[in-house]
Design a protein around this ligand. Sequence first.
Ligand code: C2E
Ligand code: CA
Ligand code: CA
Length: 888
Amino acid sequence: MRNWKLLSVWPVLGLIVIGVLWFAEQSQVELDRRAAANDGLRDAATLSKAYARYIDRSLEQADQLSLFIQHEWEHRGNSLKLEELSQLGIFPASQYAFVSIINRDGIVLTGSLSATSVNSLADRDYFQFHKHHADTSLRIGTPTVGRISKRIVIQLTRRLVDGQGNFDGVLLIAVEPAQLTSFYDNASFGKHGLLALIGQDGRVRAGRVGEDMLQLPHEHALPLIAGDVATSALYDRQWFADRQARYVGQSPLGHFPMVAIAGFSEQERLSPYQDTWHAFEMFAVAGTIVIVMFIVIAGLLSARLIWRNQRESEVRLTYRLATESGHDGFYMLRALRDRSQQVVDFEVADCNERGAAFTGLPSSQLVGKLLSQLYPKPYFYVVLDMFRKAMEEGFNESELQIPPESPVKLEWIEYKMIRSGTGLALTARDISHAKRHERELWNMANEDALTALPNRKWMAAHLPGALKRAEDSGEMLALLFIDLDDFKDVNDTQGHSAGDELLRLAAERIKAVLRPSDYVVRLGGDEFIVILNPVADKSHVVHVADRIANTLKQPASLSATTQDTTGQRIASIAASIGIAIFPGDGTDIETLLKNSDIAMYHAKAEGKGHFRFYDQSLSDNLTRRLDTERALQLSIEQNRFELFYQPRVDSVTGELRSMEALVRWRHPERGLVLPLEFIPLAERSDLIMRLGTLIVNLACAQIAQWQDQGYPVVPISINVSPRQFHRGDVYALFASALSRHHVNAALVEIEITESLMMGEAENIDATLSKLRKLGIKLLIDDFGTGYSSLSQLQRLDMDVLKVDRAFTSELGLSREGEVFFNAIVSMAHALGMSVVAEGTETLEQLEVLRGLGCDEVQGFYVARPVTASEAGVMMRKRFLLPEAPNRL
Ligand code: C2E
Ligand code: CA
Ligand code: CA
């Protein structure tokens, strides 16, 4: 319906224009016609007046002539010869056809023409009229064929009377009608002018139309208009034989009962206008043709346009129906351009409900909105740029993370833009869910589940790019390899949940001291990597490494360990940090990682809790270490170990109480190697398990051998590494070694360090109590260096406390040393344990120890570690203190 209205606009407009055109043309013609008619009527009236005057004069002349002849005839009577007068030129032939006098009997008496052949004229109308009418004025007859002239003439007659006034005859002047119409000239009347003389009686006396004389008396007379002034009117064609309408003027004659008629052909009068009118008409016709063509073309074009719009809206509707049901948002955007044709904004021309819902508006409100109204600046310009690009390139497709300032309340969309006509068709799909899922998957692959830090896989993907960027910009990048110290112990002794908590805490703390551009990665276990990028100079790295070490060291309470009666445990994490710097210490991930690891290893070996930069020598050290490790392994297989023994004696009597087995490695090149050089290595690499088994068996075999050889064997104390307790079955190891070598459990003691007892591990408690039940004494080694509390010692029911050498060496040097030692002794005694002072090197120390009530001593003052055979000698000797006075 709307389309039809649109379509009919052109024809209607066109018809109006055509109407106006023709109306203008017609009214111009009408104006001209009216002007012509006015002129024609006026001229006709004027001319008829002139004609009337002319005829008046002519008739008056004839009248005077008749009076003159009458007069002559009254005086000269029959002697008057009109022939003579004619010869004198009194009756010009051009004016009068003839003049004659007729007697009372109708006989022609005299005349300008010979009338001998004519009999009586008494029967003529005029004769009868004059005979019976006394009127002596000139009578004007109607055209009649004259008997004398033999032509059509108009007879002007006058009554002649005798002396008594009786009818005496008639004076006749014949005038040819042509004489009366000679007034006609082409200049005034044109070719089809009208000239006529009509009597008041309505009968035509003379007349002509153009060149033609009226064929009297056949012509109809024109209806006369009454009045004594000149008038005019338009007589239509029916009045005239030539079927031409005429403007006709009528004027009564002054002295005769006649009306003079003059007229013009309407057609002739209008002919000067005809050309103009014709031109007008042609113009109007041409205009009409042009307009009609215009209507047709415009109609066709708009029909096409309408058809297209129709199709477009159909397509849009179909598309809308299709899209409305789908999950995609669909928008039609119209590009708005400025004068320079630059796209400056877009208008939402259409959208589906889904698409509108993305913006939180109903589609009825979204449609018609401008982008600039929807998007806040400056984000609007970002969006505009994107859309402009799509306009230029015709197509654009991508995924987009929606920033918070966008009116679209989704996280991620996938969009497709296609240029269509003057705008863009845009479809958008909500892929937030898929993206979230993707991110979760990515996280699962790239993130450490425990600490939520990026993992090794992430680092492997991230580092090459970072290295490339650092290389391009000429900047340095630092890799910090962080390994928590003694984490294994925490895990082993306090349980995995405590270990997990510690790792999370470490992760948080490390992260907190870094810049946003730096990363922490959890490599696995208690190993972290920090990537510092960029690095201006080494001092910055030092600063960061310091901060990391310090922040980790801060005490923290762990909630995961709940069993302890003292409440929450306080954990302080130390970490060893190794640093490798790109590009100096390596240009690829593997090298950088390896070198930072090496540096970390050395930091740890040098005493833990601090950092170390990588350098080539470290690498060399490591190589050496690895060599050592390999050699150690080989030596274990080849049983290249030997036990030395160091006695432990009563502090007062010097009597041998026990021998401590101290392992030595018979290295093929290096000779005898002390345990501090390989025990830590063995502990790190789990070689300690096999080495430990070897040592226990060596000791038991030695005991058996001494017994076989008849030595008075004292108990042998064997050092067992905490790792052996955590990893292996120490009870089974001892039980099987004792039985294999037929050794009494009472001859074996176990030295364990404090750190073993810090944990809550129940299985260790159980192992220890099983060993005691077996008859093995338990000694706490290196007491005072760890963190064990009194309550733990009490719970574990230990037999002997070996106070670390560090405290013994203080004795005699400071008062504090003694106070501390004294406290330990009284505490141990209160718990039912005896106390051994390790590292007693001087007599002075020995005497102080005796004073403090220390039960036993061990150290170089008594004896250095010795070989098995020397030990046998010592067993026999039994009292080992060098001072004579104390020997009983
Ligand atoms: P430890 O258990 O504290 O052993 C005592 C260490 O102190 C021995 O060193 C010994 O030679 C040394 N020593 C004894 N008296 C003195 C003294 O008066 N002054 C000084 N300066 N040192 C003294 P060694 O034999 O080198 O052993 C070192 C450490 O290696 C031991 O410390 C122990 O922890 C470990 N170790 C030794 N043998 C074994 C073993 O068979 N198994 C395990 N797991 N560890 C062992
Ligand atoms: Ca020991
Ligand atoms: Ca010790």
